[in-house]
Design a protein. Structure first.
Lengths: 260, 350, 260, 350
């Protein structure tokens, strides 16, 4: 009986996610009255703004991932190795972006770096892009940190470090040859989540007034009927594809090992 | 001058002194065990030799060179850990080659050395496997090969067998000892298992609360313990309260026991005499002059040895006797005679 | 040297979060020209909309937490116990809300449950609130599931279940007396994260046109100068307070045990 | 009819048959061990008795009642797990009371029973502690009390000692045995440790690849193994290739060995004779008629026993002798004489 209940719960969960998606997809195909067609998708792909905003967000996502990895991997490693008692605090700090609304962060930025401040970053497009990247890094931090930290949990950081040291290795060798290769999959999965977050983010980009994909989606959503669901389906397909890619990488890595 | 010299080593964590005035001289090629209960400071001593902990005071000399201030990667030591110390992203061969690569050994030489090492540990065909494809015992053998590959001056073993099954533990400890003897490498082995330490060491350092209680060969440690702690920690002990009669004779429950070594205590005083379970004999026999009655309480069949728990002269005792296929062991409740001799007894201080 | 670098990274991380906050707080105190004052805060607290939207979001947060706990705890327990091979898939499903932008979910809802559909939920306020709660549950699902699953990881679910069974206990007893008490702290921490997310959420509430706290913050931000940072500081203080409370609960629970 | 009866029990996971035609009769109050290497099916048998696995075929009867189809919580059995099985959110007393509470025992009676149980395991003062405040050994004792509190019909122990330290393991196994004997509760104990099984069991079932190879007392299992697997798995074995001379005599490297039991093999044929390490004797002695020279290879001081590895008649052998404080063990390389007798030997089939 409980087993039945559990399966029902599972089924409910799946429907919970699948229904909106199916409804949306179905609607996006109905642009031409009475028949299913891909007209809405064609319209989206023909819109130059789609490609411009998409490319912009993709670039910023890449920058965000680079900054995030450089910030997170050495920090997480060092905390696990030398400051285990500081872990709860670091974890707390990395969770802050979840509890400080994006609006707050952006307002803070605008107040700090406006055109009349010492560092007038919001005055130029490149400066604002930099600010936005920093904001995205903040948003992605919880996922990136968790992911890397979980990756580090699967290996015995202290013992591996001491083993490498006793064999004569220095810090650079240890980080590059032992630590990074062992958390590569975790880093990739963090990078993917970052990508997904940046592509869908609306608040920051809108408030900093940059031509990102999120605001574009909302704009379309407010003014058109059939294109927005088509867009959403495309976005979903992209993220799904990325996720599949990650799975593939993980599998291949395992397969490679098993074969060797 | 000895090969490895540790003098007046101390280590405190905060106000806690975990190692107190530790001194040890190890000869080249010697196999030394640090034995003690958990928290006795044995691992801390090893980690100070490896360079993972900085001594509060004291010096460590290897081959005449003071390495006390050296970083771990400059000490040229090899170390084997409890478990999970192989690099999971590298093959067995790459793991073994790691120390050589770091030290800039050319490729051809490196490969030859790896082949040699894998042969030494009896796994010549597993070079291309990854650690997760090996059993626990195989992993620890590879860890040994990796530690030995760069020809370290000292080999440090930090309870390398504690994560393994009983049977593998015994066979691997013998293998480690053989390889160590073949290579003649100076080795320090940390363990809390007294049988392990006794079985493979040249000398044992028994540690208690940060202090080296006794240093000696397994035979000395077991048969001539100098402190009550050592006597109790190493092996099982039967202790009897006896009265001193004269300088060679003790009285135990009305029976006289003649000691091999002179007794210094005052005649008439009560002292503690100790005997190992194997020094007690089931029944009468030549050379076991004193015979006392006892009642069997428990019989534990352990395989080659049968341990009999009995009550003799008001004291609970343990007696070891070999299994004999033609003679089943006594049963609980049975009254038996136990023979003993002062030759096999020793006295314990307060 | 690496140690120095690590400390610097840590410091940089702290500054990264602290600076906007400090800047914002400082600015929020400058409403009265030339002197620091709490005028901005007084204004915020005097605004009835603040209390209305705050109360509304709080109510929805509570509903979201209840739905989330009922959905997640039995599912996570059952998956750990009987379907361990399904765990990666379940984890994948619970991560979907991170990669499906909130906009997509809301569009899906609007298309599915609009006034001309079979189930016109968006037609009434209560129906829309229900939809919003479901949406929030989706958003909070990754955190709630992770939290509970991590909580379950700290106990040996299979052995505890079998031990209880061998002593004669049935499923209800096992869930109520053994499993739930042992993941209580995890459930609380998941609940807190849910609360933080719901209080700060903007997109869903705005698109469904409900009077929530997130849209209120944005509205204020677009039209006023000093109140928004004051509001942000208040929001931050509240979340910080919640977090402290959770810490306290955890500590007390431990203390209670240690004392007993 | 026996108290616990298992007949024709089989269990397959997919195409893998992990338990094959398992039969066992256990008398009331008996202590039975299931002994075997990991993967031999011993734990699966135990879990089928507990009800956590459903047998593919076969029946399980407790006290005449067929419980094969019963759910675990309806079987009235007590079970002790490897580790971490105490409910972490409940105090020791509440853990022990859990089974009673579930079965609706009134409060006063429950409390009296908990007090009694805590006294039985020697921890009467720890009722208000939480599991994480106890040592591993104490936790397992509480787990025993919890399993025993509802007065189960059968007690099942699933390697309850494997997570503990060597010293605690030995003392706790003796304690479990004492309590079991006092209460007279029928018990099945699963272990992979042969010493553990031998030391505390009334009877042992040695399992290999899903089959019960031999059932018997520890003395029988050790001294009269019926299969090669049992002979090798339980204890250490020296085996010699010998030639049959006649129905009582074997020839071993030129020396004659007289067997106690008649040899059925053809004169002139080569067979395998086995002896335990303690059946070999260092030097000459009465009753050890055959004497052969041997060269010592390794000496392992194990405490009360010294194990000598030597080469005798072309075969590597292990010999156990007791430590004697007045007589240091032989050294590697030394030539010694080893005495043996056909009385202590047995023959191995193929």
């Amino acid at each position: 009986m409980t087993r039945l209940f559990a399966w029902l719960a599972l089924l409910a969960g799946c429907i919970y996610f699948a229904l909106p998606l199916i409804g949306m997809t179905e609607f996006s195909l109905k642009m031409r009255r009475g028949v299913y067609s891909l007209d809405a998708y064609r319209k989206v792909f023909e819109d130059p703004s789609f490609w411009a905003t998409f490319g912009y967000s993709l670039t910023l996502a890449a920058a965000t991932i680079v900054v995030g990895v450089l910030l997170v991997v050495p920090t997480a490693y060092w905390v696990r190795l030398k400051l285990p008692q500081a872990r709860p605090y670091i974890e707390f700090v990395t969770l802050l972006p979840l509890v400080i609304p994006a609006i707050v962060v952006v307002f803070g930025y605008i107040r700090l770096y406006n055109t009349s401040s010492i560092l007038p970053l919001t005055g130029s497009a490149i400066g604002t892009d930099f600010l936005l990247t920093m904001g995205y890094t903040t948003l992605a931090l919880p996922y990136m940190y968790r992911s890397v930290d979980t990756g580090l949990r699967t290996i015995d950081v202290a013992t591996l470090t001491e083993a490498a040291q006793s064999l004569g290795a220095g810090w650079v060798t240890i980080l590059a040859k032992i630590i990074l290769p062992n958390v590569m999959v975790a880093v990739l999965s963090g990078a993917f989540l970052t990508l997904a977050i940046v592509m869908g983010e609306f608040t920051m980009a809108a408030l900093l007034n940059r031509p990102a994909f999120g605001p574009y989606m909302q704009l379309l959503g407010a003014n058109r009927a059939y294109e927005p669901p088509a867009l959403a389906v495309i976005a979903f397909a992209i993220t799904w594809g990325c996720m599949g890619l990650i799975q593939l990488v993980t599998r291949l890595a395992k397969h490679e090992r098993a074969k060797a | 001058m000895s090969f490895l010299n540790i003098s007046h080593l101390e280590k405190s964590f905060g106000s806690l002194r975990v190692v107190k005035d530790f001194n040890l001289d190890v000869e080249q090629g010697e196999f030394i065990s640090l034995l003690g209960p958990s928290g006795c400071g044995k691992t801390t001593v090893l980690r100070m030799v490896a360079g993972f902990e900085t001594p509060t005071t004291g010096r460590i000399l290897i081959d005449g060179q003071d390495v006390t201030g050296f970083k771990p990667n400059a000490r040229k030591i090899g170390m084997m850990f409890q478990a999970y110390a192989l690099f999971p992203n590298l093959t067995v061969a790459d793991n073994v080659a790691f120390g050589l690569k770091v030290n800039g050994v050319p490729r051809a030489e490196r490969e030859a050395r790896v082949t040699e090492m894998l042969k030494l540990i009896g796994l010549p065909e597993l070079g291309q496997r990854f650690p997760f494809q090996l059993s626990g015992g195989q992993q620890q053998r590879v860890a040994l090969a990796r530690a030995l590959a760069p020809s370290p001056r000292v080999l440090l073993l930090d309870e390398p067998l504690s994560a393994l099954d009983a049977k593998v533990r015994v066979s691997l400890r013998n293998e480690i000892r053989e390889i160590q003897r073949d290579l003649g490498i100076t080795t320090i082995f940390v363990t809390h298992d007294q049988e392990e330490a006794m079985s493979i060491s040249d000398r044992i350092v028994v540690m208690n609360a940060g202090i080296a209680d006794q240093v000696g060969s397994p035979f000395q440690i077991y048969n001539r313990p100098t402190t009550r702690f050592v006597a109790n920690f190493v092996g099982t002990l039967n202790s009897f309260e006896v009265t001193v009669v004269n300088s060679t004779t003790l009285e135990m429950d009305g029976q006289m026991v003649t000691m091999a070594e002179p007794v210094t205590a005052e005649p008439g005083s009560r002292i503690t005499m100790a005997m190992r379970p194997e020094a007690l004999r089931l029944g009468r026999a030549d050379g076991f002059e004193t015979v006392l009655p006892a009642v069997v309480e428990e019989v534990h069949f352990l395989g080659s040895v049968i341990r009999v728990s009995a009550r003799m002269a008001g004291t609970a005792i343990a007696l070891d006797t070999f299994n004999r296929p033609d003679m089943p062991p006594p049963s609980p409740g049975q009254t038996i005679e136990i023979g003993l001799s002062g030759k096999h007894a020793f006295l314990l201080d307060r």
